[in-house]
Design a binder for this molecule. Structure first.
Ligand SMILES: [Zn+2]
Length: 568
């Protein structure tokens, strides 16, 4: 154990290229440096451990490098780079506002700002967790931020952008760091593992990445922990045992029990899991997440939200095909209700079991619900189904009755009721088509394809936006980010950050059906892209300022219309 360095420190990125999972953002930063378009203040926002401080340090080093490489990285060889790498550069000052948030702390920083650098061009001041500064400290800082000397450059970092004063926000170029995707994390963990001579199963790294919830620093720290108790041979089993993670195998088995309505199997699986010492509440929230994962991998538009390892991706897809949307909505709702009631419940086990029973009943009750919602064709049309059902019925009742099997009472009626249980599940999973049982389903999923162009699309997009009530944020996004049509009636919307993407996605359940109906085209799908140019442009012209304000407050648009105002 001599000189053990934790992986998060040992593998801290030292070039833009080695920053994990923030490619578009680091490219923008590199471009700004090589085009010599530096701002005086930057705000790096995003969750913890995603590379904000690392990027700030790399940025500081790169803009001071004497011989930057052709692709915009620091050379790591010149005097300035060496000083940075050995942490003895005077051109970088870091202040952690979480612990140093007084006026005096800021004043001593401001003192430093005045003194020009002895070596290199810029002095860089990194203020971490800037939202923690006291308001007096904020105000003291504001003056410096307004008129900084040309050699000074500020990088403010925060996990909570909404807590940063607007006066500060408006003076900064804003960069939104995103959570690091599971696949990017797994890739990096594989790299670290190979450097450390550690063998690891991909699925094991996937569990670590999920546990880290988007933060690379956390992922590396969990990784170190796992390496130490597995002696460098990381298996899926070892990871789930040691991190107290419930094997997804159980969730798949519970899903199967739910789909087949097998209450006894579900309760036995639950018992098995509880006996392994897992907490009931974790089981139920895990199950809710599992249903959610199944839901998001049912549609191209939401597939980007699906973050499980490649090796079990197919399994999720296969299972998802068997789970109709409505069933999953209800299942998530039930699991969530159980989670909410769990703490207050005096018989927690019974609550869990009751939830399992309710989940298993979903598949049974589903056809009735679907009928009400018009998902299944009306009775007259389902009569096409009569022949195969009649075959079953003939063994029990005289052939003369088979002509109207649906009006039969007793046992035959029961049979016909059970038929749709399985077909209704196939109905919505369009991909399946076996046998005549499914004719109605195919009929229900009939495609309507009416050609249209981007202009038509934008027209209804705007129409929808106009009628949005109560969600100013979404409205702002939809006013600013217009869709453009791509191949096969898929359209693309380019947004600025994951928050905007999530907001749009949240609403896609209403937006897409609306567009499909208005444009009479069932193929319409939405793709959301986070714009390469993550950098928020500063508003210079009147119309840019207007657009910016409109994004903040969409009512402005109405005001402008009402009073027929123009911009010049
Ligand atoms: Zn250098």
């Amino acid at each position: 154990m001599d000189n053990y360095i934790v992986s998060a420190r040992k593998y801290r990125p030292s070039t833009f290229r080695s920053v994990v999972g923030q490619k578009s953002l680091t490219t923008t930063l590199k471009n700004a440096i090589s085009n010599n378009k530096l701002a005086h203040a930057y705000l790096f926002c995003g969750p913890r451990g995603v590379g904000k401080t690392s990027c700030a340090r790399i940025f500081a080093k790169t803009i001071n490098c004497f011989h930057p490489t052709a692709d915009g990285e620091a050379c790591n060889e010149c005097e300035s780079c060496m000083a940075f790498n050995e942490q003895r550069s005077y051109n970088i000052h870091e202040l952690d506002a979480a612990s140093n948030n007084s006026v005096d702390d800021i004043r001593s920083l401001i003192e430093q700002v005045r003194i020009p650098p002895a070596l290199g061009k810029y002095k860089v001041f990194i203020i971490d967790e800037v939202h923690m500064l006291s308001s007096a400290a904020f105000n003291a800082f504001l003056k410096t931020l307004e008129e900084p000397p040309h050699h000074a450059l500020f990088i403010l970092a925060t996990t909570e952008k909404h807590k940063v004063l607007p006066t500060i926000l408006s003076r900064c170029q804003i960069y939104d760091f995103s959570r690091i995707s599971v696949s990017d994390m797994v890739e990096h963990l594989e790299y670290v593992g190979s450097c450390e001579g550690v063998t690891a199963e991909a699925e094991a790294l996937n569990v670590i990445a999920q546990k880290a919830d988007g933060g690379m620093r956390d992922a590396l720290s969990i990784f170190d922990q796992v390496v130490s108790f597995t002696n460098g041979n990381i298996t899926y089993q070892a990871v789930i045992d040691n991190l107290n993670v419930l094997d997804y195998e159980y969730y798949f088995r519970l899903t199967d029990a739910m789909l087949t309505g097998n209450v006894r199997a579900a309760i036995l699986i639950l018992n098995e899991v509880l006996n392994k010492g897992f907490d009931g509440q974790n089981i139920i929230t895990g199950l809710a997440s599992h249903f959610r994962d199944l839901l998001v991998c049912r549609d191209e538009a939401t597939l980007i939200l699906f973050e499980v390892g490649a090796s079990i991706r197919e399994r999720y897809r296969d299972t998802a095909k068997r789970c109709p949307d409505q069933l999953l909505y209800k299942a998530i709702e039930l699991a969530n209700a159980c989670d909410l009631n769990y703490r207050a419940s005096r018989n927690k086990r019974l609550l869990l079991e009751l939830t399992m029973i309710q989940l298993c009943q979903l598949a049974q009750s589903n056809p009735e619900d679907s009928k009400k919602k018009g998902l299944i064709e009306p009775i007259e049309k389902t009569d096409i189904l009569a022949p195969p059902q009649a075959k079953v019925v003939t063994t029990q009742i005289p052939p003369t009755v088979t002509a109207t099997p649906r009006s039969a009472n007793g046992a035959p009626q029961k049979k016909t009721q059970q038929g749709p249980v399985s077909t209704s599940i196939k109905k919505i999973g369009k991909d399946e088509d076996n046998g005549q049982d499914n004719q109605a389903a195919q009929h229900a999923a009939t495609e309507i394809i009416t050609p249209f162009d981007t202009t038509d699309l934008v027209k209804y997009w705007d129409e929808y936006t106009k009628n949005l009530e109560g969600n100013a944020y979404l409205k702002g996004i939809m006013v600013n980010c217009k869709p453009s049509l791509r191949e096969d009636y898929h359209f693309e919307v380019s947004v600025h950050n994951p928050g905007q993407r999530d907001e749009l996605l949240n609403d896609s359940g209403r937006l897409l059906p609306y567009l499909r109906e208005q444009l009479k085209n069932t193929r319409i799908q939405m793709r959301i892209r986070i714009s390469e140019n993550n950098e928020k442009k500063l508003a210079y012209t009147s119309s840019e300022k207007y657009e910016h304000l409109l994004e903040i407050n969409p009512v402005l648009g109405k005001l402008r219309e009402e009073f027929n105002l123009t911009l010049d």
